[in-house]
Design a protein around this ligand. Structure first.
Ligand SMILES: Cc1cc2nc3c(=O)[nH]c(=O)nc-3n(C[C@H](O)[C@H](O)[C@H](O)COP(=O)(O)O)c2cc1C
Length: 189
């Protein structure tokens, strides 16, 4: 028996993305964003509000990076979603984390996170029902420790966080239980 819960953001899991961009003075700005997704093999869309300091930075610098938050940096990552660079200068520095400039785009790459996507801004979509920053991923920088023997990212080694919109929980990625494009193959026969 299902209970009707009304209109809820009910997609699960959501990622815990750390979106970073330089301000006009070259300072690192960063925010936490759960409403992000791939929209093509090399494109990413982030539903982030116009008022955020990070969004302004992205408009100015025309680039950004997106890191996957990991368990080790949960407190810092949550802080990036509470504080705003609009009223807290030095927000990123306060976390104690460090960043270097991307070799590919005009955006900071946070060194502490295990995987960072380096993106150029393609467009900011502003319509009645959508405000989305769309970027092209030009490079993914991943820690060696997060790779398998073939050099592919092994998500079991990332310790990546996922976000639960129902109760605002952070969770760790769980165990692999199947293989896509394979688990349903039996019914193709
Ligand atoms: C778990 C979590 C997820 C969030 N996801 C989003 C999001 O997807 N879009 C958004 O606009 N804000 C999101 N926020 C809020 C921003 O991170 C927050 O407003 C932050 O202060 C913006 O920082 P800035 O002004 O320095 O850019 C999220 C916050 C948290 C804690």
């Amino acid at each position: 028996m299902k209970r009707n819960l009304g209109a809820l953001p009910a997609v699960f899991p959501m990622p815990v993305l750390m979106v970073a961009a330089y301000d006009a003075a070259g300072n690192v700005g960063i925010m936490n964003a759960a409403w992000g997704m791939m929209c093509g093999r090399d494109k990413i869309a982030l539903c982030i509000g116009e008022a955020h300091k990070t969004t302004k930075n992205i408009r100015e610098s025309q680039a950004f990076s997106v890191a996957l938050a990991d368990l080790k940096h949960m407190a810092e990552s949550d802080f990036f979603g509470i504080a705003t660079g609009n009223t807290m200068p030095g927000k990123f520095a306060r976390s104690g984390m460090t960043a270097v400039k991307s070799n590919y785009v005009n955006a900071p790459v946070v060194t502490d996170y295990p995987l960072v996507m380096e993106c150029e801004l393609l467009e900011i979509v502003e319509s009645e029902h959508l405000h989305a920053v769309v970027g092209r991923i030009v490079n993914v920088a991943a820690e060696e420790s997060a790779l398998d023997e073939e050099g592919k990212v092994d998500v079991t080694k990332l310790n990546a966080l996922i976000f639960d919109q129902f109760r605002a929980g952070y969770y760790l990625v769980g165990e692999q239980v199947g293989q896509a494009w394979d688990a349903g193959m039996e019914m193709m026969k």
